[in-house]
Ligand binder design. Structure first.
Ligand SMILES: Cc1cc2nc3c(=O)[nH]c(=O)nc-3n(C[C@H](O)[C@H](O)[C@H](O)COP(=O)(O)O)c2cc1C
Length: 219
């Protein structure tokens, strides 16, 4: 099997937490530029059922940090310190210390993106076409968020996908004036320059462990 070069592997993006530069401010222009690129992503029926909220007000970010941390506490109270992934997940130690670092410094972030998508999938389970409905809604925003993260990366900035605060989604909606019943929140995305741009390829299960050809086969 052909091996990919590091450069090719790094054309995607790593979760950046410890190396977010909290001392450096980020211009709104660069964030809007990355969002314009993000909006080129495909979305179901081209309905543009998304909304993008960027917070750069430090007091609001500090309150968001509290909700984020409380959300993660709820998660830990429900699933335990290791979460549902367990301790044997690839790179568990690194993830834990990096996640803790972001928790400790979230309130210092220069800006945070909170993407939303119209509609709620919480009640969809059990209805006919539930998988179609859920995949269509989430698939209509996640690709744009990923494009945003890649656009940040190509400009020397970084982010990390986080969903911890969604344990307290309603609280975040109340803080930011989001109509909870009409918009589902995707997560919180730190926005900051990175300290250096020399990232390593991600630890992942090798392709042959997760690939089937022609018929599903569990390895
Ligand atoms: C759906 C999703 C939710 C995540 N939620 C969090 C989170 O709440 N907090 C956090 O610090 N990282 C979160 N992460 C980041 C993952 O932990 C991270 O991608 C993982 O550590 C692998 O890092 P790597 O991509 O740099 O290898 C999340 C990632 C995804 C895709």
């Amino acid at each position: 099997m052909l091996e990919l070069s590091n450069d090719e592997l790094l054309s995607t993006t790593r979760a950046v937490r410890k190396r977010l530069d909290l001392e450096r401010s980020v211009d709104r222009d660069i964030i809007e530029e990355c969002l314009k690129l993000a909006l080129q992503a495909p979305n179901g029926g081209n309905m543009n059922n998304w909304h993008w909220l960027v917070v750069d007000d430090q007091k609001t970010i500090a309150r968001m940090a509290e909700i984020y941390n409380q959300g993660l506490e709820d998660f830990i109270a429900t699933f335990g310190e290791q979460g549902y992934a367990g301790a044997d997940v690839l790179g568990a130690d690194r993830i834990e210390s990096s996640t803790q670092h972001l928790r400790d410094h979230f309130h210092e972030l220069p800006a945070v993106l909170l993407p939303m998508v119209a509609g709620r999938t919480d009640q969809a389970a059990g209805y006919p076409g539930a998988a179609f409905y859920q995949a269509s809604i989430w698939g209509s925003v996640i690709q744009a968020v990923w494009s945003f993260m890649l656009a940040l990366r190509s400009r020397g900035l970084g982010s990390a996908w986080t969903t911890g605060h969604l344990w307290r989604e309603q609280e975040m909606a109340d803080l930011l004036g989001i109509p909870y019943n009409n918009f589902m929140q995707v997560g919180l995305f730190p926005i900051a320059y990175t300290k250096g741009v020399d990232f390593k390829p991600a630890h992942r299960e090798p392709l042959q462990n997760v690939l089937s050809w022609n018929r599903f086969e569990e390895q």
